[in-house]
Ligand binder design. Structure first.
Ligand code: ADP
Ligand code: MG
Length: 323
C-alpha cells in the first residue's frame, strides 16, 4: 500500500494573549492510499487543528509533513497551490463553506477553471460530479439555500472531488446532518474513496460510524495520538486506558460529542498540560512514574502503536493495583 501522508512529530501552536496553546503536541501518523483512517477523541483534543495543518491552512511549528513523497515545508511558494489541490478538506458546516450568492455549478467548477479548464468543460464536469454525489445534473444552476443540509454536504464533496484529490480530510462531515443523511453521506464518502482511489482521514464523534467505515483508527488525547490500530484491534482489544474509556463512551445529550465512560475529571487545559503522561490525572491505572515521564508511541504489534508505559512494558494493566 502506498503511503500518501506521513506526519513526523508534528506540533501546531496557537498564540493567544501572549500564551501558546499547543493544540497538536507531537503527532506521528501515516495515511495510505485507498485507506480510511478514523480520527477520534474528545472535543478540543486537536483533531481539526491537525487536519488544517495537513491541508496547509495552518503551519506546523515543529515536525515534518510529507505528502506524496514530498516534504511540504520544502515546497516553494509556486509549488504550494498545485500541491494542496491534491489534498482537500471537508468541513462540518457545508453552508459556511459555500457562497450563498453563487450558483452551485460555478462553485464546483472554480477549481477546474483555476487549473486552466474552459468554462464549458468545467461546468460539464461539475454536472458529472453532481451526479457522482447523487444530485441531479440540473442542480448546477441552483443556489445553496435551495438544498437540504445533506445535499449541501454532497455539494461540498463534489467541489472537493473537482480537484481530483489524492486524499481527503473529512472533519466531522456528518455531524451537522440529520440521522438519515448521516449514514448516506458516510456511505457516499466510502464509495468515492474507493472509486477515486484516495485516502481519507475521517474525523467523527460518531464512534459507530467510525467503526463501520474505517480501516484503521487513531485515538487522540490532548494533542497526542495515544493509540492507533485496525478497527478490530481498537474495538476488540483496546490497549490504552483512554481508548478503553472512549469505546465505551455514550453520546452526549447535545448529539454533538460523547462522554467517555468512567473517566474522572475533565479534559485538562492545553495551556498547561499535565506533566509526564498527559492522561495520568484521569487514568485509574496510573503509576507514580506516569506523572514524570511522557510515553512515546511504540509499536505493540502489527499496525498497532500505543503510548502508555503500562502497555509498552508488556505489563497487563489488570495486574496493577489502583491507587
Ligand atoms: P477538536 O477539533 O479535536 O475539537 P481543535 O483542533 O478545534 O480540537 O482545538 C484544539 C485546541 O486548540 C483546543 O484547546 C482549542 O481551544 C484550541 N484552539 C482551536 N482553535 C484555536 C484558535 N484559533 N486560537 C486559539 N486556540 C485554538
Ligand atoms: Mg474539531
Amino acid at each position: 500500500m502506498k503511503e500518501i501522508i506521513k506526519l513526523s512529530d508534528v506540533v501546531v501552536d496557537y498564540y493567544r494573549n501572549g500564551n501558546t496553546v499547543r493544540a497538536v503536541a507531537g503527532v506521528d501518523l501515516t495515511l495510505n492510499s485507498g485507506e480510511i483512517l478514523g480520527l477520534v477523541g474528545e472535543s478540543g483534543c486537536g483533531k481539526s487543528t491537525l487536519g488544517k495543518a495537513i491541508v496547509g491552512i495552518l503551519q506546523p511549528s515543529q515536525g515534518e509533513i510529507t505528502f506524496d513523497g514530498q516534504v511540504v515545508k520544502k515546497l516553494t511558494r509556486g509549488q504550494r497551490p498545485s500541491h494542496f489541490r491534491n489534498l482537500q478538506m471537508i468541513f462540518q458546516d457545508p453552508y459556511g463553506s459555500l457562497n450563498p450568492r453563487r450558483k452551485i455549478g460555478v462553485q464546483i467548477a472554480d477549481g477546474l477553471l483555476v487549473a486552466g479548464m474552459s468554462k464549458k468543460n468545467a461546468l460539464a464536469k461539475a454536472e458529472d460530479l453532481l451526479e457522482k454525489v447523487g444530485l441531479p445534473r440540473a442542480a448546477i444552476s441552483r443556489f445553496p439555500h435551495q438544498f437540504s443540509g445533506g445535499q449541501r454536504q454532497r455539494i461540498s464533496i463534489a467541489r472537493a472531488l473537482a480537484a481530483s484529490p489524492t486524499a481527503i480530510i473529512a472533519d466531522e462531515p456528518i455531524s451537522a446532518l440529520d440521522t438519515s443523511s448521516q449514514a448516506q453521506v458516510a456511505n457516499l464518502l466510502v464509495k468515492l474513496v474507493e472509486e477515486f482511489k484516495m485516502g481519507m482521514i475521517f474525523v467523527s464523534h460518531d464512534l459507530s460510524i467510525v467503526r463501520r467505515i474505517s480501516d484503521r483508527v487513531a485515538v487522540m488525547y490532548l494533542g497526542k495520538i495515544v493509540e492507533i490500530g485496525t478497527v478490530d484491534q481498537i474495538w476488540n482489544n483496546p490497549s490504552h486506558p483512554y481508548t478503553k474509556a472512549l469505546i465505551s463512551a455514550i453520546p452526549h445529550a447535545d448529539g454533538n460529542s460523547f462522554m467517555p465512560k468512567d473517566l474522572p475529571g475533565d479534559v485538562p487545559n492545553p495551556l498547561s498540560p499535565p506533566t509526564g503522561c498527559r492522561f495520568h490525572p484521569r487514568c485509574q491505572l496510573a503509576k507514580p512514574d506516569c506523572r514524570i515521564s511522557e510515553p512515546r508511541l511504540v509499536r505493540l504489534s502489527d499496525n498497532r502503536d500505543v503510548a502508555c508505559v503500562l502497555q509498552n512494558a508488556g505489563t497487563s494493566p489488570n495486574s496493577i493495583s489502583l491507587d
